[in-house]
Design a protein around this ligand. Structure first.
Ligand code: PEP
Length: 251
């Protein structure tokens, strides 16, 4: 039985005060949740304050990125050990915005995933095709490459979460239909089964891309969709809590 996860990716939004207020509202709105996991990924500047705010609650802390070295002369970077130190449980790796604007390649994603695991962090590894790739009909080969290269050399995957985020659906309001998303989720689970056998049945695969409280119900009803990675709709407590409520009622 896979436990659902809802992760909110705040991206480059929110001051410390705004982050604390939002985290507090989410903490208070999730006190009665019995199953599943709620994860918040604030910007680096608010990790400490949000960590303090959610201490002792059902909500867990994630970073939006990390570097794959432990320490050294890497100006502007954050190590996995630093994220553990500040209280992160999860780290988002290979988000399409990192791939697009910061030119992260599958090899970088792979190094980060392995390093995160070594540090005791749980990677949420993002994969997904662009609009152009979908139109060309190469969604499967793109996702196949991203999953296989991202997990290259990873022997144990029980601490990994995969997020399928079609790039054309991120921040666009164009959500994948439940059938479109499920087809790719099933395909990803098939890759994981080839690589890891029956362990693949325990791996959570999240959908991300314009999720709201109004569309999550039909997506989460799909067999291989185990939760959501949420951007825009995680920035307002009522929208995010609505997503959590609709997921926890269905899984
Ligand atoms: C994301 O950034 O991971 C995301 C899914 O964004 P949005 O929900 O805004 O599409």
């Amino acid at each position: 039985m896979r436990e659902w996860i809802v992760a909110g990716n705040w991206k480059m939004h929110n001051t410390i005060a705004e982050s604390i207020a939002l985290a507090k509202a989410i903490k208070e709105g999730t006190t009665t949740i019995k199953n599943g996991e709620v994860v918040l990924a604030p910007p680096f500047t608010a990790l400490f304050s949000v960590g303090e705010t959610i201490k002792g609650s059902n909500v867990q802390l994630a970073a939006q990125n990390m570097f794959y070295e432990d320490k050294g002369a890497y100006t502007g970077e954050i190590s996995p050990g630093m994220l553990k130190d500040i209280g992160c449980t999860y780290v988002i790796i290979g988000h399409s915005e990192r791939r697009k604007y910061f030119h992260e390649q599958d090899q970088d994603v792979n190094l980060k995933v392995k390093k995160a695991l070594m540090a005791g962090l749980k990677p949420i590894m993002c994969v997904g095709e662009t609009d152009e790739e979908r139109v060309k009909g190469i969604t499967r080969s793109v996702v196949d490459r991203q999953v296989k290269q991202g997990l290259n050399g990873v022997e144990k995957i029980d601490n990994i979460v995969i997020a399928y985020e079609p790039v054309w659906a991120i921040g666009t309001g164009k959500v994948a239909t439940p059938a479109e998303a499920e087809e790719v989720h099933k395909f990803i689970r098939g890759i994981l089964k080839d690589l890891y056998g029956s362990m693949a049945n325990d791996i959570r695969i999240l959908y991300g891309g314009s999720v709201t409280k109004d569309n999550i119900g039909d997506l989460i009803a799909m067999e291989d969709i185990d939760g959501a990675l949420v951007g825009g709709a995680s920035l307002k407590a009522d929208g995010f809590l609505g997503i959590i409520k609709n997921i926890s009622g269905k899984k």
